[in-house]
Design a protein around this ligand. Sequence first.
Ligand code: NCD
Length: 338
Amino acid sequence: MSQFKGQHILSVNQFDRQSIEHIFTIADKMAPYAKRQKRTSVLEGAILGNLFFEPSTRTRVSFGCAFNLLGGEVRETTGMGSSALSKGESLFDTARIISSYSDVIAMRHPEAGSVANFAKGSRVPVLNGGDGANEHPTQALLDLFTIEKELLHSGNKIDGLDITLMGDLKYGRTVHSLSKLLSLYNNIHFTLVSPKALALPDSILSVIDNAGHKLTISDDLQGNLNADIVYQTRVQEERFDNKEEANQYRGRFRLNQKIYTEHCKSNTVIMHPLPRDSRAEANELDNDMNANPNLAIFRQADNGVLVRMALFALTLGVENIVDKYESQVPWYSTKHQD
Ligand code: NCD
């Protein structure tokens, strides 16, 4: 039996290299369904409770689409104001109720630790879609899945990876979860580029350090972008007590084609969990890079569907029978060619 059947996915601390490999093998098997080459109804009758108490586009919709692509249905609530949490209901009560309506729950909430607390009241598996500045485990898995795929072009593996993580490393939960996952591999060179005030928290630094990886810390991108992967992030303005402070950092580290040409290797892969802040005062990842084949951001977002399909299949124990419930796709789809 899979170790994930009936389990919550709350933190990347739950994973080891073997379980990650297993998730990625299942994710690969989901590709024909995501590309609409065939359909499956393996989760017909199952309901996902998709609870997003913080803004989200990709994570919320890709969780929903992943569930739909496996044949299940999605019931959703978005925003704190439209839920009973704003009437003082506890996370426990909400969990107790929603878990009786659904078979699995995906949840995002602005407070660190909230999703784990919620899970205590849930009778079905809960997948953490981001809890404050703490963790974003499904994003970290899709980031790692993307890194592995992108490295294939140069014949490299995750072991020995040279990665630059840049921007808001203090509040960026995707960076926290990804750093911990990467620490499971060997000989990673982490270059951390951020304003000093937005440095990676000590708790994550010590995970990297204890695993014996090489660490370079800088508040300057000069000389620090010639990595295999450059992972850019957005200033997490919603986590600052003082918006003025966030404004100081927006646009501090920008990437555009000129900077790429001057500072990156010819095959440096650019990633970003998205959304990129494209307002003029930030513009951390310029649109002029859209034609650069090494810009992986859209492939990265697409991979989110595969990884989330895999996690649903595993937590609901259907990972080996997805194909048994397959059928043809009768409609025309442009995705066949992707
Ligand atoms: C990230 C998040 O919400 O943590 N977005 C995402 O899930 N892809 C990053 C961000 O909002 O900047």
